[in-house]
Structures are given as structure tokens and as C-alpha cells.
Design a protein around this ligand. Structure first.
Ligand code: SF4
Length: 240
């Protein structure tokens, strides 16, 4: 795309890529609903990012290191910040900081690949690889910027863009990812999946929901008179 061709809702934050890769609903809760809760994993992550979040540019062991670099790509409609960008001769390499160890998960790698695409476009330098620094290991894993990694990253970016345009919350995954997720209280994955389709619709129709509940007759009466006033022909189905 040419610069300025993206509409506001089409720009994708590079941080959203890791969230979406982990769980599309987590991405929706954070980026559509602006919900963000802390848990021990996120607190550790914030602590680790403190140094990387201080903007600076200096030479370290012969390598130019830029911290907290604002990044964007007009070509791919990406925006965000790179924890660290290292300049080695005429090449550049983003380094994304994560807590924990390398367990082979690719979520952060797609985020780093998107950073690489931004840096390549902004600085006009070759980006041959990206790296993830793992706090628990005090070491990094490097990934070659292959066509396959770029294609998978852009596929995820496309899905996030569609989610943003539709303002549509993805369903919960409700699996082993959830207990580690800081958004489990806001998400209620097992309750949402366990509810019948009628119950889920009722969440968005409060008057109907109240009428279906046992309780003071006034709920039902209020609902019925409300429907008469509106001339509605809809019916309230009984739950089996
Ligand atoms: S609790 Fe589970 S379904 Fe909900 S956002 Fe987290 S990982 Fe996704």
C-alpha cells in the first residue's frame, strides 16, 4: 500500500501479533475492549522490559544499539515499538525481550518478524534475522527472516485487521492456554463456552434475559409491557 492508504482501523499494532497468535480472543480483549490485567507472568515481563523501554541509542561492544525505537510500515500497515534494534554494519536486527525460556513457541517470533519488516522499510537496511531474548536463560534465540516466516506473520496481520474492521470478538479457546492467561477473569472462557446459544444471545438482550429468569413478577410484566409498546412480534423461548 502507498503511505497514508490505510484507514485508522486497518493499522495493526505489532504487539497485537503475539497476542493473536497466542489466542485471538486475548487479542480482541486487549485491542478491541482495552482490557489488560496483570498476573505473575505479565509483571515479570514488565520488569524485564523496564530497561528496554528507556529510549536510547549507543554503541555497545562495537554494535549500535537503539532501545524503545518507534517503528511503522506504510507498506504493511504496522505500528509499534521495538524493544531493541541492533545495527551491525549495513544490516539491522530487532531483538524482542521476553521472560521465561525458549520453549519453541513462535508467538513472539511473529511479532519480531513484523518489527523486522518495519525496520527494513524505515532504515533501508537489510534485515537477515530477528532475535528473542529470554530473561530466564539470559540468552537469545535467532531466527532467519525467511519468506515462510514473513508469510505466516502477514497472514496473522490480515486476520487481526479483519477482526478490527468487523469489531468482532473471537470465541474463547478454553484450553490449557487459559490458566496462564492474565485475562481469564475478564474472559470467562469456560463459562462462555458452557453457555447455550440462547444464554449467549441473552447476554446482549438484557430485557429478554430478565424475563426468562425466575424472580419478581415485575421483571416479566415490565418486559411484556415493553414489548407491547414496541409492537414486537418476537417470542421468548423457554430453556430446556
Ligand atoms: S482466558 Fe483463554 S480464551 Fe480467554 S483470552 Fe485467555 S487464552 Fe484466550
Amino acid at each position: 500500500m502507498t503511505p497514508g492508504a490505510w484507514r485508522e482501523e486497518e493499522w495493526v499494532l505489532v504487539s497485537a501479533i503475539e497476542h493473536y497468535s497466542y489466542c485471538p480472543r486475548q487479542c480482541g480483549l486487549i485491542h478491541l475492549e482495552s482490557i489488560f490485567d496483570e498476573n505473575p507472568f505479565t509483571l515479570k515481563g514488565r520488569h524485564l522490559h523496564e530497561r528496554a523501554d528507556e529510549p536510547s541509542a549507543r554503541a555497545e561492544k562495537g554494535v549500535r544499539v537503539i532501545r524503545a525505537m518507534p517503528i511503522w510500515s506504510d507498506e504493511y500497515g504496522l505500528l509499534g515499538k521495538a524493544d531493541v534494534v541492533e545495527l551491525h554494519g549495513d544490516t539491522a536486527m530487532p531483538v524482542e525481550y521476553k521472560v521465561g525460556r525458549d520453549v519453541g513457541a513462535m508467538h513472539a517470533v511473529y511479532q519480531a518478524v513484523a518489527q523486522g519488516l518495519c525496520v527494513r522499510e524505515m532504515l533501508g537496511r537489510r534485515v537477515g534475522s530477528v532475535a528473542i531474548y529470554y530473561g530466564k536463560q539470559h540468552g537469545r534465540t535467532m531466527y532467519e527472516l525467511t519468506d515462510e516466516l514473513i508469510a505466516e506473520t502477514l497472514r496473522i496481520v490480515g486476520e487481526i485487521r479483519e477482526m478490527q474492521k468487523a469489531v468482532s470478538m473471537p470465541p474463547p479457546v478454553a484450553d490449557k492456554r487459559c490458566p496462564k492467561c492474565s485475562l481469564i477473569d475478564a474472559c470467562q472462557p469456560f463459562a462462555v463456552l458452557g453457555a447455550s446459544a440462547t444464554d449467549r444471545r441473552a447476554l446482549f438482550r438484557p430485557m429478554r434475559h430478565l424475563a426468562a429468569l425466575p424472580g419478581p413478577a415485575s421483571y416479566s410484566t415490565r418486559y411484556t409491557s415493553e414489548r407491547r409498546k414496541r409492537g414486537s412480534s418476537s417470542t421468548t423461548r423457554r430453556r430446556s
